[in-house]
Design a protein around this ligand. Structure first.
Ligand code: AMP
Length: 556
């Protein structure tokens, strides 16, 4: 048995908090406690003047005194191609900031034992498109990690839940309200006793909706009450330090309201004071529309599930720190309790995603190992072997990895099936109007591909140019105004084709949500490699520079 088998880590890179987990030799996922002795680490980065970078609790506290040197909610910027943070004459893109958070988590994990922290699965909201996923992966690369998978958060939560025996045969809805994002997903867990099959049926979400928005409503309320009580014309939110302070307190008060009926907050600014009471009913009233937005998406995903034959929901899982707010559970019970016949249950609220990611990573690595040994034992894939040969493979893998036999047996039977979380297409003309023709439709099981044949514009054309878009529409044609441009795809041609020569363009979406484009010159039967990547994604050269820049910083 190897003394230090390579361990895979699951990382929940959250908008407000992040967590890291691994799977122990008994197949159980464990969260790693950070050096502050907490199980979650605030996703906040503080750039100290001496070049040190502090990530976590102290960084969050520093936001009050040094707001210009602190970055938080960076995950919300992953889709913004223009966003960057400047400090001490340097600028950092969202993936570079995220890399610092990952470095802190990896550093904490390394401190716990003799294992190197290299192989990781990082999670992202199901709602993330190609750009945000690539950037999340690159954040890992910049942090010096080997990202074996970018996994959707609800899939991770479902894996954490679905690998339990009593989950078999159930259709589950995962309502995941985190600090900055909301995802709602219907998952179907197969009931074949010889297999562990977890399939994503459909998923919806909003990556600009999370606990932070609930905090903001409290902040606005406190500021307005301050103005009324202090008869002040000053908007205290214009003062950055005060605004940070208020936001910090608002989050604390929100959490208090999860246990108490009412909070009282003193607000003072420039000598003026106010005392604001916030009863839970008022908080619910201030945020009712936010909850309504989550319900609209929940209704939508349930409708979509029906069209896919999933009519019965057996369990309603609450995931994400924000589901601790009392009204979430209460209102979900009110709204769905009778119609679905299920009561929402909290399931590993803060830890399900990191643990599920660790399990997915472990399964990925172990299945790879099982197949590698199966090849040497029986000259084929594991499933094609005799029972005797399978047993030998499991024993050998157990010996090599230190993982127990029964864990490997379950692993060899586990399969995850995911769906496309976005539609992807190209700009086309319909009735003279520009539209997006979707080649991959949202909610289709992945990996998937879709093709269309284009004719070359004129004789001897030397390239075909396409503009690639992404949207949330489930139809073949989507409005250009509801689609987001990902970038330009250029297919170089030989230049010896007649006009209208057929070129088949295929969009391929892999099971990690990564898009590639392939062309086929049908006249010559020749494959054309497209020069395409979502604009805003760093080039290999830029990543190298980012790694050097990141290595200059000490991360604590
Ligand atoms: P996550 O992204 O899943 O870590 O969720 C973080 C969010 O959950 C933040 O907005 C927190 O303020 C919120 N949160 C954590 N604990 C509680 C609680 N007890 N009551 C209300 N919200 C909470």
């Amino acid at each position: 048995m190897s003394t230090t088998p390579r361990r895979v880590y699951g990382i929940d890179l959250g908008t407000t908090y992040s967590a890291i987990a691994f799977v122990n030799e008994h197949g159980k996922a464990e969260i790693i406690t950070n050096s502050d002795n907490d199980r979650v680490t605030p996703s906040v980065v503080f750039f100290e003047e001496d070049g040190n970078t502090i990530v976590g609790k102290i960084a969050k506290e520093s936001a009050k005194t040094d707001p210009n040197r602190v970055v938080d909610f960076v995950k919300r910027q992953m889709s913004d191609k223009e966003w960057s943070f400047s400090v001490d004459g340097k600028t950092y893109k969202p993936e570079e900031i995220s890399a610092l958070i990952l470095k802190r988590l990896a550093g904490d994990a390394k401190k716990t034992g003799e294992h190197d922290v290299v192989d990781v699965v990082i999670t992202c909201p199901a709602y993330f498109g190609d750009l945000e996923r690539q950037r999340t992966r690159q954040a890992g690369e910049i942090a010096g990690l080997n990202v074996i998978e970018i996994l959707d958060e609800p899939v991770a939560a479902a894996i954490n839940y679905g690998l339990n025996e009593d989950a078999k045969g159930k259709n589950v809805i995962v309502y995941d309200l985190g600090g900055g994002t909301f995802d709602v997903t219907v998952v179907s867990i197969g009931n074949d006793p010889d297999k562990n099959e977890i399939s994503i049926v459909c998923t919806e979400g909003n990556h600009q909706l999370g606990g932070k928005d609930w905090d903001d409503r409290i902040v606005t309320h406190y500021a307005a009450e301050f103005q009324t009580q202090a008869s002040s014309s000053t908007n205290l939110l214009e003062d950055q330090e005060t605004a940070y302070d208020l936001r910090f307190n608002a989050e604390t008060d929100k959490k208090t309201l999860s246990n108490k009926e009412k909070v009282t907050r003193k607000v003072s600014f420039e000598g003026d004071k106010a005392v604001v009471e916030l009863p839970r009913e008022k908080f619910d009233e201030l945020t009712a529309d936010l909850l309504g937005q989550t319900f609209a998406l929940t209704d939508k995903v349930l409708e979509e599930a029906k069209t896919k034959g999933v009519t019965k929901i057996h369990a309603f899982l609450l995931v994400g720190g924000s589901t601790r707010m009392r009204q979430i559970k209460e209102k979900i019970t009110e709204r769905y309790g009778t119609t679905l016949g299920v009561t929402p249950v909290e399931f590993d609220v803060d830890e399900a995603v990191a643990k599920g990611a660790a399990k997915a990573g472990e399964i990925h690595i172990l299945k790879g190992k099982i197949e590698e040994i199966a090849e040497t034992v029986g000259g084929g894939d594991f499933n094609s072997l005799t029972d005797e040969q399978k047993k030998t493979v499991i024993e050998k893998v157990a010996e090599e990895t230190g993982v127990e036999d029964y864990v490997l047996e379950t692993t060899s039977k586990t399969e995850f099936k995911k769906v496309a979380t976005k539609s992807y297409g190209i700009r086309a003309l319909k009735g003279g109007q520009p539209i997006v023709r979707n080649l991959i439709i949202k909610q289709t099981p992945v990996p998937t591909e879709g093709s269309q044949i284009f004719g070359t514009a004129g004789p001897d054309a030397d390239e075909i140019d396409l503009v690639v878009f992404m949207n949330n529409e489930s139809e073949a044609d989507a409005g250009i105004e509801v689609s987001e441009e990902l970038g330009q795809a250029v297919f170089p041609l030989d230049g010896n084709l007649p006009a209208k020569a057929p070129i088949q363009i295929t969009f391929k979406l892999d099971d990690q949500g990564s898009l590639t484009l392939v062309g086929l010159d049908q006249t010559h039967g020749k494959t054309i490699t497209a020069n395409f990547k979502s604009s805003g994604v760093m080039s290999a050269e830029e990543i190298k520079v980012a790694i050097e820049k990141s290595n200059e910083l000490v991360v604590e």
